[in-house]
Design a protein around this ligand. Structure first.
Ligand code: PLP
Ligand code: COI
Length: 370
């Protein structure tokens, strides 16, 4: 039975004429990877310059119609977010810091000259979709319902200017591990031929074009036998910034203390919510936690002299994934014998326990949905 039959404050409800059976849903949720299976419904909210945000609708998941002249198809005004809903031990469902995603969505919107959406509307739309789809939220630790809010420019006009019409949409996808091999360490490729983001560009925005421009480097990485790209700064091509869809952390042993270090936000990297969470979580676990600039030379030297013991990637989709091997045009090096290290393993467990409601949530990062 659907929890919604009546409109909410901002959304009408349009139920599927032929709902998916529980057996079919269970079958579709077998062997979850990342982003391959989508739930039965989506939320769509229109925006127009003249009328602002209109009434939205929760409706069956399906194709959307666009005019061939829609400006997203030509000039790429498209932004997105990613966050997750987690099954709690009592069967309820909570999301993790959804307001942070809404705020980052609005920062991306400003950079792309798109309209901002009220944070409450962003959260209400997600909550409505999740409540409708609560049976699609898996319960195993490490599995979740991934929410993908996005906004596209829909005005049919070829002049190069901000569109005056947009669609905000949220789709949902039950998900397991982002990398097919699960939490086994990944091999990464330092991209020297391509850059992701330059000062003044769109690096700190979650816009579609950033990902389109990254694919050729990702292809190069695959050809070199790697799982992911590590991006360097565009100016000096020395400093490590982040990865394809993840931030990066290094673990140092400094003066008898374990310190986790992540590249400082310079405006060219995405301010990850997992990154921010881990900086705080690491401190609460007794580690040092710092933001610094780290060059590729620093990385190699610290591994050689033993002061760096681990490196790992983090993000909503990837959670925490250890880095086992680093390759570049100039050779390769191995971290922690290519194995997951104790700090990454501990942080990963602490983060997942928090998100799944197994550990306390002193900072009130979890948001109760249903
Ligand atoms: N960096 C990039 C380029 C990303 O796409 C993502 C994913 O959203 C991240 C970092 C990690 O951000 P978050 O932890 O908010 O998922
Ligand atoms: C996420 O972690 O939510 C991401 O957006 C990363 C990637 C799938 C683009």
């Amino acid at each position: 039975m659907s929890p919604f039959t009546a409109p909410t404050a901002h959304l009408d409800i349009q139920l599927a004429p032929q709902p998916i059976t529980p057996e079919e849903r269970i079958q579709r949720m077998q062997g979850l990877g990342f982003g391959k299976v989508f739930t039965e419904y989506m939320v769509v909210i229109p925006y127009s310059e003249a009328g602002g945000w209109g009434r939205g609708v929760l409706k069956p998941y399906g194709p959307i119609q666009l005019d061939p002249a829609a400006s997203v198809l030509h000039y790429g005004q498209a932004i997105f977010e990613g966050f997750k809903a987690y099954r709690q031990p009592d069967g309820h469902v909570k999301t993790f810091r959804p307001e942070a995603n809404a705020n980052r969505f609005n920062a991306s919107a400003r950079r792309l000259a798109m309209p901002e959406i009220p944070v409450e509307l962003f959260v209400e739309a997600a909550d409505t979709l999740i409540s409708q789809e609560r049976d699609w939220v898996p319960s195993a630790i490490g599995e979740s319902l991934y929410l993908r809010p996005f906004m596209i420019a829909t005005a049919a006009e070829l002049g190069v200017k901000p569109s005056n019409e947009y669609l905000f949409i949220i789709i949902a996808s039950p998900s397991g591990a982002y990398f097919a091999q699960g939490v086994k360490p990944v091999t990464v490729w330092i991209s020297e031929n391509y850059v992701r983001a330059a000062p003044g560009g769109t690096g700190s925005a979650k816009c579609a074009g950033n990902y389109a421009a990254s694919l050729i480097a990702q292809k190069e990485a695959k050809e070199a036998g790697c799982d992911q790209v590590v991006w360097l700064d565009a100016v000096q091509r020395r400093y490590v910034e982040e990865m394809g869809g993840m931030n990066i952390f290094f673990v140092y042993q400094e003066g008898g203390k374990t310190v986790v270090v992540t590249p400082v936000l310079t405006g060219t990297l995405l301010p990850g919510i997992t990154r921010l969470t881990l900086l705080e979580l690491a401190k609460s676990m007794g580690y040092g936690a710092e933001e610094r600039r780290i060059s590729v030379e620093d990385w190699q030297t610290a591994l050689k002299d033993g002061s760096m013991t681990e490196a790992f990637a983090c993000g909503t989709a990837a959670v925490i994934t250890p880095i086992g091997v680093v390759k570049s045009n100039h050779g390769q090096w191995v971290i922690n014998g290519g194995e997951a290290g104790p700090v990454a393993t501990r942080l990963r467990k602490a983060l997942l326990d928090l998100q799944h409601g197994v550990a306390p949530d002193p900072n009130h990062w979890l948001h109760e949905v249903c």
